[in-house]
Design a protein. Structure first.
Length: 153
């Protein structure tokens, strides 16, 4: 099982009506919701991979440590929830480096997995991830039902 750890106001569909500059002033639900999920997983002796947004990790480090301490894999969801095809290669690299460092510093664990925001993976991003030491990407989501979800050529 995998979980994207981001807050309600960070989803792509709300981008036209919720400015990034207002994120810090929004009611955060990510901690409460993630803690509930950790309870359910613990009750069922299940584990998963948590793809964590760096923005969330920076503001909720105790939550990230609790996820790791519960035995779940910590993986990167980038820092700022930007669609990859809207970023340059250097912007993408900076975003992912920032997230990876935050997560590794917070948990003391190596981060080897990545999932692009809204599954927006691109071919060029895969080689960047490999250069940065990621062992896998979980962004490919082949579907005809969504125009943003990841496909590689």
């Amino acid at each position: 099982m995998s979980v994207d750890v981001e807050d309600w106001f960070q989803v792509e569909n709300l981008k036209p009506v919720i400015a990034r500059s207002t994120w810090d002033s929004r009611e955060r639900r990510v901690e409460r919701n993630t803690m509930r999920l950790l309870e359910v997983l613990g009750e069922n002796q299940a584990s998963g991979t948590f793809f964590i947004l760096g923005w969330v990790a920076e503001r909720h480090p105790d939550l990230i440590r609790r996820i790791a301490d519960a035995g779940h894999e910590i993986a990167s969801h980038g820092y700022g929830h930007e669609l990859l095809y809207n970023l340059t290669e250097s912007e993408f690299r900076a975003d992912v480096e920032r997230s990876k460092k935050l997560l590794e510093d917070t948990t003391g664990q190596q981060v080897v997995g990545y999932r692009a925001p809204s599954f927006s993976i691109t071919d060029w991003a895969v080689s960047v991830l490999q250069e940065m030491g990621f062992e896998y990407d979980s962004s490919v989501f082949p579907t005809v039902a969504h125009d943003r979800y990841g496909r590689l050529s």
